[in-house]
Design a protein around this ligand. Structure first.
Ligand SMILES: C[S@@+](CC[C@H](N)C(=O)[O-])C[C@H]1O[C@@H](n2cnc3c(N)ncnc32)[C@H](O)[C@@H]1O
Length: 226
């Protein structure tokens, strides 16, 4: 536990020194080093991008010939010229059209989804809300992600995770489960990395009673890990 606290402090301090808006930036850096997700010229969509640590990492890697489109409920402080941000919810009406307009009708090479539902403190509800947001992101993929493109998606371990993994396995040639060093070991957070998008996604299998996802500002409980 002490070691984990020290690791957390280390990434927090380092983020401050290196000018990153969140220590989550290191998680993306570590996954990019492993899976080579982005390069100069890539087009990236970053869903749930505030305060902008992942945006900073992506914006640097894609350079001035690439583009990054970030989306969040919260307003994001402007970043570099190659980065556009939308203050929006993926669950709001017309969202897909607004995102496609920001992408100028192109599709992305990489979709990042680090978004998290606001925690109620009731484990089952929080887990389901998170999976529900993930499923909504998957629904968008055929319209926003290039065939052979990649996805990085945050999920929490729990009963519904299998359904999510199954759907992603059917949508990508390869699915990896990643726990970057910068993610706390005691957090149930994991990252699903989809490589080689097939261009279509299967229908969502089990429909639950719609729980209005209470999207977060900041995670406040033990799951908070950015
Ligand atoms: C863990 S933070 C993302 C941290 C970010 N990757 C970074 O590096 O700074 C999760 C974000 O998801 C956003 N979010 C939650 N629900 C959302 C929704 N329905 N649409 C868009 N963003 C959402 C929250 O506002 C929050 O800023």
């Amino acid at each position: 536990m002490k070691l984990e606290q020290a690791k957390r402090d280390y990434y927090r301090r380092r983020a401050k020194e290196e000018g990153f808006r969140s220590r989550a930036a290191y998680k993306l850096q570590q996954m990019n080093n492993k899976y080579r997700l982005m390069h100069r010229g890539s087009k990236v969509v970053d869903i749930g991008c505030a305060p902008g640590g992942w945006l900073q990492v992506a914006s640097k890697l894609v350079d001035n010939v690439g583009v990054v489109v970030g989306v969040d409920l919260d307003k994001v402080e402007p970043l570099s010229k190659n980065t556009i941000t939308l203050q929006d919810s993926i669950t709001s009406e017309g969202f897909l059209d607004r995102l496609k307009a920001a992408l100028r009708k192109d599709k992305a090479d990489l979709v990042l989804a680090d978004l998290s539902a606001k925690l109620s403190g009731i484990w089952d509800i929080d887990h389901f809300r998170q999976i529900d947001l993930c499923m909504k992101v998957i629904d968008l993929l055929p319209e926003i992600l290039e065939e052979k493109g990649s996805l990085v998606m945050k999920a929490f371990q729990g009963d519904e995770l299998d359904n999510l993994v199954r759907r992603l396995k059917q949508s990508f040639s390869r699915l990896e489960i990643s726990k970057p060093n910068a993610s706390r070991k005691e957090s149930s957070e994991i990252y699903l990395v989809g490589l080689g998008f097939k261009g279509t996604v299967p229908e969502r299998q089990v429909e639950h009673a719609e729980l209005e996802p209470q999207s977060e500002g900041r995670l406040g409980s033990s799951e908070s890990d950015w």
